[in-house]
Design a protein around this ligand. Structure first.
Ligand code: ASP
Length: 437
């Protein structure tokens, strides 16, 4: 039988009622035999995610402050869910162990990973599935890289037969040391498992019915995205759309496994399919998939005669900024001036040091900080068949009296980015959305 890997996010496992929905979804398709779960997330806007409570407990313990009253919140939450699901209270020894490990100076990664660990134990019992520890499945090569071959092999050995619930968000080094992914990393766990077992589909269950073509708080009634390519999804994430974890795309994309974003609260909705171009059946020619953007950028302009003649100036400037922990986002070079766009918060943190470091590289240059800017763009694999699309965007921006400070296009055939004044961010998102329709 084919295997479907189903990952459920924090809101899908936030309480007993949500976990009952998970059980129904899993039971409705026997191919859903590998279930990956996040730690319980927020039940309401004011609630705290278990992961955040664990982070706070670890920080308190590290400062030798009382963390136990905070830990009691975690204990109560799991006990309440377990009681409501009728899976008994045998989580107590595991909760005790976690509490004592925090007191005993366990690493942050180890402590924080227990949110997923405890949740997966409980959900496995409720579903009647086996528990498979991610520490025995996801192997890290170093602190940022997964050992793909070892992970494939471990998953294939342990998950070939049977039905399992797997905690997301962490794995382990060969010596057993626990290592977390970055926040939202359960998406990556699901993707790695799906690739390893050759799943026919990787489902990502969340609290929205798939992706939308723009932020609904900015654009009125943006259309749903029914199909999107792996590449477009990465571009949209880069532009600022809060979607699926961008590092989770590569493992399944390399194996050509479709990702299906679905809504636990509306399981009948088909959601969004993320799949290779060859598998797409539902696209309009030249379609723009989505529009997204971010505020919080600054421009740094350096002016001096014949700047373009300085050998490798862009490289030198980028390196110097990196040394000051300011990531260079974009750069435009002219004859006598150069513009660099960087995140404002990083620039602020680096302070005047970053700016004087840049001036030192180009003696006699005049330096000006400009902005704040927003970066807004659109993505669509077939946008290239509409060569005038950027012209239409500029027309609409011009009609709306919006100044464009920088344009970036051609880095990919499927997207473009404009830098505009931050206070016009929403107008620009709407304008780009209309102009690319
Ligand atoms: N629980 C973790 C987080 O809150 C990981 C995840 O949900 O994917 O970031």
């Amino acid at each position: 039988m084919d295997t479907v890997v189903s990952k459920f996010g924090g809101s899908s496992v936030a309480d007993a009622a949500q976990i009952r929905k998970v059980a129904e979804i899993v039971a409705s398709d026997p191919q859903r035999r590998l279930v990956v779960v996040s730690a319980p997330g927020k039940r309401s806007k004011v609630d705290e995610k278990i992961t955040d409570t664990l982070i706070a407990c670890h920080a308190l313990a590290a400062e030798e402050k009382d963390f136990r009253s905070r830990f009691a919140v975690i204990r109560d939450r799991y006990n309440e869910i377990a009681a409501e699901l009728g899976v008994g209270s045998d989580l107590a020894p595991v909760l005790d162990e976690v509490e004592e490990s925090i007191a005993g100076g366990a690493t942050r990664d180890e402590v924080v990973s227990r949110g997923e660990y405890l949740g997966a134990h409980m959900i496995a019992r409720f579903l009647g599935f086996e528990f498979a520890d991610a520490a025995d499945l996801i192997r890290f090569a170093d602190s940022t890289t997964v050992d793909d071959d070892a992970t494939d092999q471990l998953c294939q050995e342990k998950l070939a037969h049977g039905r399992f619930v797997i905690p997301g968000f962490y794995g382990a080094h060969v010596d057993g040391k626990i290592q977390l992914f970055t926040r939202g990393g359960s998406d990556i766990t699901g993707s790695l498992v799906a690739r390893a077992v050759g799943a026919v589909r990787y489902e990502n269950w969340t609290d929205v019915s798939g992706l939308l073509s723009a932020d609904p708080r900015v654009v009125d009634g943006p259309g749903p995205i029914t199909e999107v390519s792996y590449h477009e999804l990465r571009e949209l994430a880069y532009l600022g759309a809060a979607v699926f974890h961008d590092e989770a795309v590569a493992p399944v994309a390399s194996a050509d496994i479709p990702i299906n974003i679905r809504n636990t609260n509306d399981p009948g909705h088909p959601g969004t399919m993320i799949l290779s171009r060859e598998r797409q059946t539902n696209r309009r020619p030249g379609e723009r998939t989505g529009v997204a953007g971010k505020t919080g950028f600054s421009g740094i302009v350096l002016r001096r005669s014949m700047l373009n003649k300085i050998a490798n100036l862009p490289g030198k400037l980028a390196n110097r900024l990196a040394e000051d922990r300011v990531p260079l986002q974009h750069l435009a070079l002219g004859a006598d001036s150069i513009l660099m766009i960087v995140p404002s918060d990083a620039l602020e943190k680096a302070g005047s040091v970053a700016l004087s470091d840049l001036k030192e590289l180009v003696p006699g240059a005049e330096l000006e900080q400009v902005g704040p800017y927003a970066l807004v763009g659109a993505a669509g694999d077939d946008l290239a068949i509409r060569p005038a699309v950027l012209g239409s965007v500029m027309n609409v921006l011009s009609e709306n009296q919006i100044a464009v400070h920088f344009v970036c296009s051609g880095y990919s055939e499927s997207s473009f980015i404009v830098a505009v004044d931050e206070d016009r961010y929403e107008d620009v998102v709407r304008a780009v959305y209309t102009a690319t329709e």
